[in-house]
Structure formats: C-alpha cells, structure tokens
Design a protein around this ligand. Structure first.
Ligand code: FES
Ligand code: FES
Length: 848
C-alpha cells in the first residue's frame, strides 16, 4: 500500500491503481472527471506537489508521499472567487471541463498570479473545452487572478435576472466547484455494471455466439443476447437500429452491440467480454454512399440502401439558367465530424417494482422514455426518466447510446445498472455529423443578382437512420442560402453505409450545404467583378422578400444589418473571407412542435418545470430569466427543475435551436397565468397552485401546395468574416448575429464563440480518419482545437426594428453559431491565393 495525502488527509491505496479511480471511487471526489482516460482532455486535472497533472495517467505506485490537491482542497476564498469569476465571465456551459480548468488556473497562480492572456491560454492548453471556445474561460481566469492578487472583495450578487442582462448560469457554482452530479458521479446501493461487446467487423454475418466461458467468470452476473430483447430495435423516427445483433443477422458498423455483459465490478467487464466467442462471416463493407446506391450493392437494410430522398423545387431553374450571365458549377466534400462532448455517454437504470427509474444525460427524456418502453414492451408510465447534469451534446445525445442497455440489464436482473462508454468506445459507437458530397450550380445576372441554384446533395447516414432524414431535409431547404431568389431545384439523397451512424449535429445539415452555396457566391462575385461582401448584400433577404423555399421573410429578419455590421472590416481589408447563413428555430415543416411548462408554487418559491434539456447551451438560465422578466420575482425566488418525466411536461427534444423560443414562450405563458393570481399578492398565498401552458409552432408540411408555405416559425441569420494574419493562420473572426432579442448576452456570445471554434475544428484541424469503416484516430489525435488555436473572436448582435412575438422576440443561436465558419475560412484562403478549397478539411493551409 502506498501512502500520500489528498487535500491534507492521509490516504493509502494499492500501487497498481490509477489515481483517478482512488479519488472518484474510494474518496468520492467527483470534481475530478474522466473525459478521455488518455491524459488528453484535462477534465481529471489535479495538483500533485504543486504541479498540474492528469489523474487518469497517474499510477498510485509513483505517488508515495505525494501531496495531492483537488478543488475540494481550495480555500473558501479561492472557491468563492472562482465561482464568481467564472459566473460573471459567462465561462460555464456544460461545466464538465470547468473543475479541470479551475485547478489548472490554481497551478498557474502558484507561480504567476499576474498572467497575460497568452500565458493563461498556454496554461490551459492541456484542457479541452468543447463548448465555450475558451474565450470566456480565459476571461474568467484573468478575473480570478485579479481578485486574488489584489485581495479584492467580491461584490454581492444582485442580478435582476431580467432579459437582456447577464445572469450567471443556473448551477454555476455546482459546475465550477465540481459539486454538481453528472450520471457517472452517481453510485446507487447494490449497483452493478454493464457493457456491450462490440462488433469486430463493420459488415459481417454473425454465425454463432458462445458465452459459456464468460458466464463462468466469478464476477459475471448476466449476459444478454438479442433474443432477450422484447423489441430489438431503437430509432426515434425509423426503428432500424439493433439493440443487440442476433445470430444470423449482419453487423452494420463496428459500434454494433453483440451481447450485453454485466459484472459486479466495472473493472471485470473487459475480461468477461474477452471470453465471449463470436464467429463471423466477414463481408466487404460499403463505405461510400455512391457505392451504396449502385444496383449491385448488397442491401444493408430490408428497404434498401437509400434512407431518404428529398426534392425541393421552386420556380423555373431552366428558364433562369437561360437568362443567367454567369454560372458556376462546383463539387464539394464535407467530412464526418465527431461531437466530442466532454462527458462520455452514461446511464443508470434502477428497477423499482415493475418500473424503471432512469438517470441519464440525454437531449430528450421523453424520446428516451418512448424508446425504452417500446423495447421492453411495457407502458411509458413504467419508465421514469430523470436528467442529470448533461456534459455537452451538440446533437449527439439525441439517440439511444447507453440508456437502452442499462434499462435492458436492469429489467432482467432487477438490480441498479450503470452503463458508461469509455472515450474510445464513444468515438466508435456515437453518431457523427453527416459526410456530404455536393454538386451545386448557381447563376446570376450581369450585376450579381442571383437567379437560380441547382444542387445534388448526397449524405452518408452510416449504419442506421438516426436523424438522417431530417438532416438531409434541412440541408436541402437551406441550400440556396438566405438570399432573395426563387428558382431552386435541389435533390437530396441520404444513403446507408457501414460507417458509423450520422445523426443530429449542430447545424443539422445546414453547415454542409452552406459550405457549398457560400463558396459558389465567391466564385460568382469574381466573375461579376464585385466583392464577396457586395454580392451578399445585393442578394440578402429583407422582411417581405421570399426565401428560396417560398417562405415570406418575416419582419424580424436582420440579415442585412449583420452584413452592415461587418462592412468596415471588409472594406478595410484587401483579403477576407465572408459567409452568411440562416438557420431555423424549431422543427417546423408541419410537424408537431411544442414547448410546455408548468409553474408551481412550492415552499414559497416559483418552480419552473419543463423537460428542456440544458446540454450546456443555457436553456435553464434562459427559462429563469424569462420567468423573472414575466413575474418580476427575483432569481432567488425561482427554482428551475431538472427534466423528469413525472415532474416536467414534455417540451420536446433539445434540437433545431428550438428551446429558447418554444419552451421559452411556454414559460412566459405559464408565468403570465401565474401572474393573474399573483399580482400584488404574497407568493405564499398561492402555495400548491400550478399553472400550465404550452406553445405550439404551426407550420406547413414539406411539399405544401401553398404559394408561400411557412416552413419554420423563425429563422436566425448571421454573417461571419474571417481575417488571416501574416502567418496565414486565422487572426480574427467577426461574427455578426441576428438572434432576435438576446436574452443573456454573455451566454449568447459564448454560444457563438464555441460555435466558431467548433467550425474552425471542422474546417481545419479535426481529422476524422476512417478507412473501411474503422476509425483511424484516438481522442488525443482527433485534432480538437485547443486554447492556443483560438483567434480573436468579435461577436456583434444585430436586431431588426420589429421582433418576433414569442419568447420576447428571442430566436435560437446554438446551431447557427457554427454554420458560416467553414465557408468563411475557405473564403479567406480563396481571397488570399485564389485557390478554391472545395474539400474539407481544407488543405494547403498552415493547419495541415
Ligand atoms: S480523463 Fe484524464 S486527461 Fe482526460
Ligand atoms: S463547458 Fe467546457 S466542455 Fe462544456
């Protein structure tokens, strides 16, 4: 046994163990998070003998006599300062990376309490944050240093909570100090652990499965096979995803689960899985969507290899083409992208009589409830889902990943079951951003006025449908850009392959088609002889115009204002890249789309109950501010409840940039109902009362015969400008956004900064290497942007004179934050050397 101290207390542990396991499992210090297990992400940062270290890479054997510090060992003053600084700076989103950032800052402060921004950026280079783009984390650390260095007194928090004002995130302190519970931080009495044995081949027939040796392992509790699953499919829209692959069936990607193994201790799962023998008949995988479409291609699913087909046709492109003075046709390629949320997928299922109680980190507890009850052939009421803090999502936590497996094992064993993916397993199993191959033709008149766009968009939806149909649809509906012309002909095809499934990812197909149309505009501007800014300003929609999808542009559109906001920057630079974008708020296209809220008075406080998943984008804080604005109550009087299928009504999935507008409006309506009783009264007089409201966005379906169908209740608009430095790296990004009424400005800035950095990663640094269906990277080699890779990001909000009616005029910003970044970067390089980079990640740049 090795002796050392943790936060001043003597501890002993076996030399072969990892420090992170001793901290998290034995000492229950869950501020130390496990994001990658490779020493690459920094979420497990601790201070050992005064130096920053990652606990996942520390063997206890090397720690004899060491002094280890975690956040819990900081002084009360330090805790208060970090809480205040991170909150005021708006540095906290999902929070999973934040305790590691705080301890890295503490290690820096031990030697340098007056750091520059560059020194802070260098210090946190080993800590990845996928949410914030690092800008506000650096702000927070600078602020904390100032308070500690100058022994400043912390001001008393007196935020009003009103909209358009900053308010620190709900649960800021819990996230900063690592006190908040993510799923993996929970331990339930008598809990066992489960894990799926994954496929060895992306396409193979399973000939036999032999679990006899594995079952003899002394720690094995149960092994489940496909025949143990009442309904062996998952999938929100199309249930085509096998819970477990049966003997006689085919694997479709390496993330397929063959059997589900349970053990009394997590550390024995791999040993048990290694004893399971599976015989395969290996087949050649289909890895390109264009190959999957060939007549001779083997069928990956009974209905064929085409998941969905979209045709969007307005006006007369043939006539427009005949009139066009300039026409460009170009092929584009955009790759898969890994969500890389910092919290790996985790779920706990607890059997309670004939019901299950789920603790999860998903983007929709109601979808989860539906999928699990269908899989087990039980009623929805028998599945109680509760969301813990969610460590990032970006669309990647909409599908079942671990929840169904935890539920299945708990149902069979009647024990509490935890399922958590390792980071490498998460990379293999989780859904990705769709790879897209696009051919686009765009034409304009002699002045640069756009006349038409024709495009073919082929997406790779991988092994299973996930949300591939709607993603393709949004790629098509947004393909012609936010411009005023009405001749479009877009064909979209989403194909199954043996690659990892692609699903929802920030941008939802629009990032891909925006890359094509914005590059085409640059080519046309050159042909016309006008600037990239001019061609966009000439064509940008204004209220009353008609979008290429036929929808009349509403009065709250401020696209031109976003272009005006960057005009000086474009005029004063010879070379710049620019891209515009629009992105829907809400699911739209005639589908049910509801925000729901109950407000209730409990113990003298107003509880706001919605199932909107706060995946780090800040919907809880938005709901709080809307409640404060509507009722006049101070934030201390308002409680935002976590999503829970018993307590909170179904507010739909956190998807399509919809929660601010949809759930926000339902919070406003419920709060207004409360105000009818409350006005001037004492809140305790209303103890026990509940007020319910729902907001339904009414839209027209795809293919509606209406001349001007309403596809979406609202659109956000944006313009981004990218400037290169002398070293040809990105020096500055100017991001002008129309998000309607901004509810929390610093939080909205954080969304844009995070989106821009995610866009930089997609365009330049992230290399999603995949060959024959097998990933060729680890988390550490994925190329996620780090703090020192971030350029200056200048966020500017613009607003139309007239705002939308819902949610005080707010529109979603989560997705559009990253949409224009990649084409703006490509535009900057094109402007610099006149070489069009049509394939991502972009080559011939200093990032290569
Ligand atoms: S979990 Fe230790 S560095 Fe990522
Ligand atoms: S706040 Fe940093 S990863 Fe989410």
């Amino acid at each position: 046994m090795i002796q050392f101290t943790v936060n001043g207390t003597s501890v002993s542990a076996e030399s072969s163990r990892r420090l992170i396991d001793v901290l998290r499992q034995d000492l229950r210090i869950t501020s130390v998070k496990e994001g990658c297990s490779e020493g690459a992400c920094g979420t497990c940062t601790v201070i050992i003998n005064g130096k920053r270290r990652t606990a996942c890479k520390q063997q206890i054997g090397r720690l004899a006599g060491a002094e280890i510090l975690t956040i819990e060992g900081l002084s009360q003053r330090e805790k208060d300062v970090f809480d205040y600084a991170f909150g005021l700076a708006g540095a906290v989103q999902c929070g999973f990376c934040i305790p590691g950032m705080v301890l890295t800052a503490k290690a820096l402060f031990l030697n340098n309490l007056e750091p520059t921004r560059d020194e802070v950026a260098k210090a946190i280079r080993g800590n990845i944050c996928r949410c914030t783009g690092y800008v506000k984390i650096i702000d927070a650390i600078m602020l904390a240093a100032d308070f500690l260095r100058n022994d400043k007194t912390l001001p008393k928090q007196s935020a009003s909570g009103l909209i358009a004002n900053h308010y620190s995130r709900v649960m800021n302190r819990k996230k900063v100090l690592g006190e908040g519970q993510y799923v993996d931080d929970m331990i339930v009495e008598g809990m066992i652990y489960a894990s799926a044995l994954r496929a060895e081949h992306p396409r193979a027939k399973v000939l036999s499965i032999d679990t006899s040796e594995a079952e003899k392992h002394p720690h094995c509790i149960k092994i489940l096979r496909a025949e143990d699953v009442p309904f062996n499919k998952t999938g929100h829209i199309i249930p085509d995803w096998d819970v477990l692959i049966a003997v006689g069936d085919y694997t479709r990607y390496l993330g397929d689960a063959i059997v589900l193994v349970a053990a009394d201790k997590q550390e024995y799962l791999d040993e048990i899985k290694a004893l399971v023998k599976v015989e395969y008949q290996v087949e050649t995988p289909l890895i390109r969507p264009t190959d999957a479409m060939k007549a001779e291609a083997p069928l990956l699913h009974p209905n064929g290899n085409i998941l969905s087909r979209e045709r969007l046709k307005f006006g007369d492109t043939r006539a427009a083409k005949a009139k066009a003075k300039h026409i460009v046709t170009q092929k584009y390629f955009t790759p898969f992208q890994e969500h890389a949320y910092m919290e790996p997928e985790a779920a706990i299922a607890v059997a309670e009589g004939d019901s299950l109680h789920m603790y999860t980190s998903s983007q929709s507890i109601y979808d989860e409830q539906h999928e699990i009850s269908r899989m087990l052939n039980i009623s929805a009421e028998q599945v109680h889902c509760h969301a813990m803090i969610i460590g990032g999502g970006f669309g990647g936590k909409e599908d079942m990943s671990v929840q169904h497996h935890a539920a299945l094992m708990a149902w069979h064993t009647k024990k509490p079951v935890k399922v958590i993916l390792t980071r490498q397993e998460s990379l293999v199993v989780s859904v990705k951003k769709h790879l897209a191959e696009i051919e686009m033709t765009t034409g304009c008149d002699e002045n640069g006025k756009l006349l038409f766009t024709e495009a073919t968009i082929i997406t790779d939806t991988g092994a299973y449908a996930s949300l591939g149909g709607p993603v393709l649809q949004r790629a098509c509906t947004h393909a012609a850009g936010p411009y005023n012309y009405q001749n479009v002909d877009i064909l979209g095809i989403a194909c199954y392959t043996n690659n990892p499934p692609a699903g929802a990812f920030r941008g939802f197909g629009v990032s891909q088609s925006c890359f094509a149309i914005e590059n085409n505009l640059n080519l046309l501007a050159d042909k016309v002889g006008i600037s990239p800014w001019q061609i966009r300003y000439l064509n940008a929609v204004v209220p009353g115009d008609v979008l290429p999808n036929g929808q009349i542009v509403s009065a709250d559109c401020a696209l031109k204002q976003t272009l005006e906001a960057v005009k000086t920057d474009c005029d004063s630079n010879v070379n710049y890249g620019i891209a515009c974008a629009l992105k829907n708020s809400g699911i739209g296209v005639g589908l049910p789309d509801l925000g729901r809220c109950i407000v209730s008075v409990e113990n003298g406080k107003l509880h706001v109950r919605t199932s909107a998943a706060d995946i780090g984008q800040g919907s809880s804080t938005i709901c709080l501010q809307i409640a404060c604005q509507t009722t006049g109550l101070p934030p201390e009087k308002i409680v935002i409840e976590a999503p829970d299928t018993i307590r909170t009504p179904d507010s739909g999935t956190t998807t399509a940039s919809r929660q601010t507008l949809f759930t926000g409006e339902s919070v406003k309506q419920a709060a207004l109902a409360f105000m009818k009783d409350f006005n001037g009264a004492n809140i305790t007089d209303l103890e026990g009362k509940e007020y319910y409201a729902e907001y339904s966005g009414v839209t027209d379906p795809m293919g509606s015969p209406k001349k001007n169908p309403v596809s979406h209740v609202a659109y956000g608009y944006a313009t981004q400008v990218v400037l290169l430095g002398e070293d040809k790296k990105i020096e500055k990004v100017i991001a002008a956004y129309d998000a309607g009424q901004v509810i929390n400005p610093r939080s909205a800035e954080g969304q844009v900064e995070g989106g821009v950095v995610m866009g930089i990663g997609w365009a330049l640094t992230e290399k999603f290497k995949i060959s024959e269906g097998r990933l060729g990277f680890k988390y550490a080699t994925l190329g996620l942007p780090r703090s020192t890779d971030v350029p200056l990001i200048d966020v500017r909000f613009c607003q139309a004179d007239q705002l939308g009616k819902e949610a005080y005029g707010a529109k979603g910003i989560g997705e559009i934050a990253m949409v224009p970044t990649a084409p703006a970067i490509a535009g900057a390089y094109y402007s610099d050397d006149k070489v069009l980079r049509s394939v991502m990640p972009l080559t011939n740049t200093p990032y290569k």
